[in-house]
Design a protein around this ligand. Sequence first.
Ligand code: NAD
Length: 264
Amino acid sequence: MKIDLHGKTALITASTGGIGFAIAQGLAESGAEVVLNGRSEASVSRARDKLNAAVVGAKIHTHIADLSSAQGVETLLKGLPAIDILVNNAGIFGPKDFFATDDETWEAYWQTNVMSGVRLSRALLPDMVKKGWGRVVFISSESARNIPVDMVHYGVSKTAQLSLARGLAKVVAGSGVTVNSVLPGPTISDGFATMMADEVKRTGKSLETLGKEFVMSQRPSSVIQRAATVDEVANMVVYVCSTQASATSGAALRVDGGVVDDIV
Ligand code: NAD
């Protein structure tokens, strides 16, 4: 199977690092024009340079916008090229005791993890439907189904994304546009590195070793018994954005290393 996305333009939110950047790279390698999004001039230009070096001839747009508010999403929507593929990757995560999680934190998770995708889908899906082709992907998490006791606020936002993706798939049924969610498990991204920074300093262990230890202690049901790489997650996303994935819509696709102890 050869995935060819020449002629398609993809917006990947929060794509200056981590899983988002790997998705942008995977889509660019498949020929798509990509729109990188980040919150600062420095981060987007660093990401553009990195992508240019990785994919010769890549067609790259950059848009600075903070997607944690309606206003930020409006900023992103201004001046965007026509979008065929929307990857809602922007997401924040971090452990916090339920009883110490205040309304402000709940609201921040809701706005960034859920509402950014609601707002972008509402703005971009109608043109995809008009054209009769489009792809929308929500980067959810195994935590949508396997709610972490130390991140209930995060789990709730990730379960909401599954509901949103399934609902939107039904809204655009029969149009040629597919909407899906992808559920990564623990993945060694920039965000994961930040979460583990103190541990790296304290123990001198590599991120891969700490990723494996995290999986074995916190997600022992993992079948691969290690954390995934960002490229392993991106591969699934690139496939679901491909023309070949035309019969997959309304699905929740796991790239969680088997953490969710369930057959389907
Ligand atoms: P990351 O922290 O490595 O990268 C996220 C990027 O988003 C960063 O470049 C950050 O600057 C940017 N960002 C954060 N808030 C933003 C905002 N308001 N507006 C614009 N950009 C913003 O994260 P990651 O680990 O690559 O996670 C990406 C997605 O994957 C998230 O939705 C996350 O919930 C999901 N996920 C991650 C893991 C994991 O283990 N890393 C597992 C399951 C799901």
